[in-house]
Every structure is written in C-alpha cells, then in structure tokens.
Design a protein around this ligand. Structure first.
Ligand code: GDP
Ligand code: MG
Length: 162
C-alpha cells in the first residue's frame, strides 16, 4: 500500500490542476488497492522515487454559507483514507468561510495537514498569505499549480513527513 495524500479544499482552488500535474494523469488502478472506494479519483505520483497515491476530491461546495452534504462527505472520507492532507486555498480569493469550515474539520480530525496557498501568481505574498495563517493549520506552502511554482518544495515536505 502506498502512502495516501488527499487534496481537499473548496471548489476552484486548483486541486485537480495540482493532481494532474503530480500524477501526469496516471490514473491509479483502484482495484489494486483494497479498501479504497471508487467514488473518488486516485492517481499515482513519483516524487524522487517515492511513490504516492493521490486522491482528488470534488471539494466542498454550496456557496460560502452552506455546505453540500455529499461533496463534504466525499472530502471527509478522503481525509480518513489519507496519511497526509493537502488543504488548498486560493491566494487570490482570500480566506473564505468555506475555508474556515474545512480547517475546523481538519483540526477535529487532527490529520497531518499542509496548507497550500495556490494561485500565488500575480499576488503580493506578504499581503495575500497573511490571513491564511489564522487558520491555524501550520506550515503554509505558496504554489502556482498551473505552472508548477512551489510544487517541488511542497512535495519534498510531503515525502519528509511520511
Ligand atoms: P478544483 O475545483 O479545486 O479542482 O480547481 P481546478 O484545478 O479545476 O482549477 C480551477 C481553475 O483555477 C482552473 O481554471 C485552473 O486553470 C485555475 N488554476 C489552478 N491553479 C492555478 C494557479 O496556480 N494560478 C492561476 N492563476 N489559476 C489556477
Ligand atoms: Mg477539481
């Protein structure tokens, strides 16, 4: 069984972009992994020879106030399966109530979590990233998933944490 890394966060923060970059669209053969559901998207990544199983999730939707129960459920199940959670937020959009809700759930689970501030292209990191430290998630990794900036540093930290 490979170490499992779940990508969670509200919709449109860049989870699938990061997933595709890391897995290079190598879909994992879910059938090879006992105990994993087929409801979520899995892919294999190779970080300096460390093989990982990534889970992409649909995210938590339903606007800023509400939470779509089915999507939230999927995210929570992915968190349960994960050894390490990558919690993505959008640096451009800033901190949202949905981010705060997910952070609360992660704190309750107390899973090893890295906070990924994606879409740092075109923002001043000193200003844009400050609010995310309030989430109390710990280490924050700025990334640009579309171009790969910061992704290597993030994934090296993931591998160290295994
Ligand atoms: P998901 O809903 O969390 O899976 O988000 P997606 O991966 O589908 O990305 C949502 C949108 O954000 C897409 O149009 C991506 O191209 C865009 N996006 C993802 N990462 C970045 C980034 O680092 N910078 C910018 N500017 N756009 C990004
Ligand atoms: Mg997606």
């Amino acid at each position: 069984m490979l170490p499992v890394i779940a990508l969670v966060g509200r919709p449109n923060v860049g989870k699938s972009t990061l997933f595709n970059r890391l897995t290079k669209s190598r879909d994992a053969l879910v059938a090879n992994y006992a105990g994993l559901t087929r409801d979520r998207k899995y892919g294999e990544a190779d970080i300096d020879g460390h093989k990982l199983l990534l889970i992409d999730t649909g995210g938590i939707s339903g606007g800023e106030e509400g939470i779509d129960a089915a999507m939230a459920e999927q995210s929570m199940l992915a968190i349960e399966e994960a050894d390490i959670v990558l919690f993505l937020v959008d640096s451009r959009a800033g901190l949202t109530p949905a981010d705060e809700m997910i952070a609360k759930r992660l704190r309750i689970r107390s899973k090893p979590t890295l906070l990924v501030a994606n879409k740092v292209d075109g923002v001043n990191p000193d200003i844009a990233l400050a609010p995310f430290y309030e989430l109390g998630i710990g280490e924050l990794f700025p990334t640009t998933a579309t171009h790969g900036r910061g992704v290597r540093t993030l994934m090296q930290r993931v591998v160290e944490g295994l």
